[in-house]
Design a protein around this ligand. Structure first.
Ligand code: UT7
Length: 336
């Protein structure tokens, strides 16, 4: 049987680090509130005069491709996940393709927000296992500081989110005989549109015509909205469900996972979920403290950093799970 395997990772972080203290000067918030509620101490913001969602994604992808020894002709599918694309259309995938000078391979954009990486893995897996693709480049990038208002009005969103990009190179490989634990072993994804407006950026959207009106800036209609407590409640429940289902489907209980990489939405959510699975805290990979919530980039970024630091070793079993706007959620089990 052909499996999708993780060949390499790459990441790109904008240089500008924004501390909670810096935000205190811009809005009614405090370092203590942000750390206590989310675990975040600082995050990176892109230089929006020179860095874009697609350009950061292309940089992460170039690093991953180089680490995989892939040349420009290697990938036969590009998947790009973001909630903060350069343009309304076309998607950021074709822009990254252009920047990477890739040939005319298909570029598929994924709009699953914080679950984008898991959704992307699931698509890559389907292409690879069906034989439709041999090598898939999956890019997750977020320039979400462009969407936030650094003011008291925008504080419940703007203290949490950061900018970053990460990419993975996935390759088809035959599963060795007598080795049931190999490559991307399982990936499940779900959605529940009933809660679409609980975490949403409605404008510019085609439900409103014309899609941009000057007063929208005044009224804050062009800012993202999040019902934090509702999202928190659903997130903890769905994380637990997805991971329990992953354990059942693979017949591998959490006690046998070497690592758990949750989507970095909130350190409290990550720890609550780990506790609910009796999974040891020290095996939960977190980078939220200095990265904030980087939406679809958060899992591959944490994966890249843990690999670079040498924490994750070849052969390790890594469980991953995400939850976000949609609502969307999912989980995956990977043997590195
Ligand atoms: O990645 C996608 C998925 N996202 C998530 O999973 C996020 C899930 N939600 C959360 O992580 C948490 O709900 C938050 C971190 C967003 C908020 O924490 P919370 O403990 O749920 O706080 P809250 O929203 O209930 O707000 C508590 C208070 C409110 O004041 P009152 O009404 O009690 O007077 C807020 O107005 O904190 C206030 N508040 C703030 N205070 C200082 C909200 N934002 C801020 C802020 N600084 N930035």
């Amino acid at each position: 049987m052909i499996k999708a395997t993780l060949k390499s990772t790459g990441a790109y972080l904008p240089k500008r680090e924004v501390s909670n203290t810096e935000l205190e000067h811009l809005m009614d918030t405090s370092d203590a509130w942000i750390q206590e509620r989310s675990g975040i101490q600082s995050r990176r913001f892109a230089d929006l005069t020179s860095e874009t969602c697609s350009s950061m994604g292309a940089k992460a992808a170039a690093q991953a491709m180089s680490a995989a020894s892939w040349n420009r002709n290697a990938p036969d599918l590009l998947i790009f996940s973001t909630l903060s694309p350069d343009y309304y259309f076309p998607g950021a995938g074709v822009l990254a393709q252009r920047e990477l000078d890739l040939p005319n391979i298909p570029c598929l954009d994924i709009r699953a927000q914080c679950s984008g990486f898991i959704y992307g893995l699931s698509v890559a897996r389907a292409y690879i296992e069906s034989g439709l693709a041999q090598r898939v480049l999956l890019i997750c990038s977020e320039a979400q500081s462009a969407l936030m208002e650094l003011s008291t009005r925008g504080r419940n969103i703007s203290v949490l989110f950061g900018d970053a990009a990460a990419a993975v190179c996935l390759e088809a490989a035959p599963q060795p005989q007598h080795q049931p634990r190999f490559g991307l072993m399982d990936c499940l994804i779900h959605a529940e549109g009933a809660f679409a407006e609980e975490l949403v950026l409605k404008n510019p959207g085609t439900r409103n015509s014309p899609i941009c009106r000057p007063e929208m800036i005044e009224t804050g209609e062009m800012l993202p909205y999040m019902n934090g407590p509702a999202v928190f409640k659903h997130a903890t429940k769905r994380f637990h469900e997805a991971l329990t289902s992953l354990a059942q489907r693979t017949n591998i209980p959490p006690s046998q996972w070497d690592w758990f990489i949750p989507h970095q939405a909130n350190q409290r959510i990550s720890m609550q979920v780990a506790k609910s699975l009796s999974f040891p805290e020290e095996k939960v990979i977190s980078n939220i403290h200095h990265r904030g919530n980087t939406t679809s980039a958060s899992i591959p970024l944490a994966l890249h950093e843990a690999l670079t630091e040498g924490r994750i070793q070849p052969g390790d079993l890594i469980a991953m799970a995400a939850f976000g706007s949609g609502f969307t959620w999912g989980a995956a089990l990977l043997q590195y």
